[in-house]
Design a protein around this ligand. Structure first.
Ligand SMILES: [Zn+2]
Ligand SMILES: [Zn+2]
Length: 275
């Protein structure tokens, strides 16, 4: 398998970091986890795209993780030559999100149906709301879900992908928690969203400080990795975005708790999962 960080950013707009999104290349095709700001631009750079996603998975419905779902829906529909329903997996609430997205797109859908004679169908999707357990099992690719803790945001999910004796976990936004522990046991690559508690406290803005409550610190992610024998820990969704020259600080904070490989994500960072 291959993991490609499409967006390593956060809700805060950044010229170099797209919103949260990770592509996992598997024997069954490209699996997309979350679809933040700019996801299709980064997917294009990775040689993928809306029509190529075997399925899309949402960790939760916070806006930074779903901003460009509408772009995926539109491009998968308008750029295909036959109906191509989007398989979408996510927490309870995903079905309502998709229906609302279609309502939002209704004017555009009408324009394109009226203008293109060869476009005779509407966008479509198959939505599966998931909570726990194995939710996908095809051609030796198995995806397992567990609840995470991003309170007061509920529900939130982590995903584990197993294929070819390799494994990847997409933690999503969470603090260390039991569900994540269960997913992470012996995993080769853990993609974990993190915030820098020390820097956020220095900035001292209450609305920014609130994010500390429901995100993992770098040290927290590293301790989860260490407890579960993770191979490679990928730090992403970086708040605040690392100032140039400070990257080593992030790696050192993780390295204080975890002996394995630690990688600080940048957009289009590609990791070959190896056993
Ligand atoms: Zn969130
Ligand atoms: Zn987030």
């Amino acid at each position: 398998m291959q993991v490609i960080i499409l967006g390593s950013g956060s809700p805060l707009p950044d010229p170099d970091r797209a919103g949260p999104s990770t592509l996992v290349r598997t024997p069954v095709g490209d699996l997309l986890f979350d679809c933040g700001r700019g996801v299709l631009m980064r997917a294009a750079a990775a040689g993928s795209g809306a029509g190529a996603f075997r399925a899309v998975f949402l960790t939760h419905l916070h806006s930074d993780h779903i901003t460009d779902l509408n772009d995926i829906v539109t491009m998968r529909w308008a750029m295909s030559f036959q109906p191509n329903p989007l398989p979408l997996f996510g927490p309870v609430g995903t079905e309502a999100l998709m229906r609302a997205t279609e309502v939002m797109l209704e004017p555009d859908i009408g324009y394109r149906l009226a203008h293109h004679d060869d476009l005779q169908w509407r966008p479509s999707s198959t939505v599966t709301e998931v909570e726990q357990g194995v939710v996908f099992d095809e051609v030796g690719v198995r995806i397992t879900v567990a609840p995470t803790d991003h309170s007061p945001v509920r529900p939130t999910l982590g995903f584990r992908i197993d294929a070819e004796d390799q494994s990847v976990v997409i933690a999503g936004d969470t603090v260390p928690c039991q569900g994540l522990e269960e997913l992470c046991a012996g995993v080769d690559v853990l993609v974990h969203t993190v915030v820098r508690r020390d820097l956020i406290e220095q900035i001292g803005l209450p609305r920014l400080s609130d994010v500390i409550d429901y995100h993992s610190s770098v040290g927290g992610a590293a301790r989860t990795a260490a407890r579960n024998g993770v191979g490679t820990l990928v730090l992403t969704h970086l708040v605040p975005a690392p100032a140039p020259g400070t990257e080593q600080e992030w790696l050192d904070q993780a390295g204080a708790h975890f002996d394995g490989e630690v990688v600080l994500a940048t957009d289009l960072l590609t990791i070959d999962v190896a056993r």
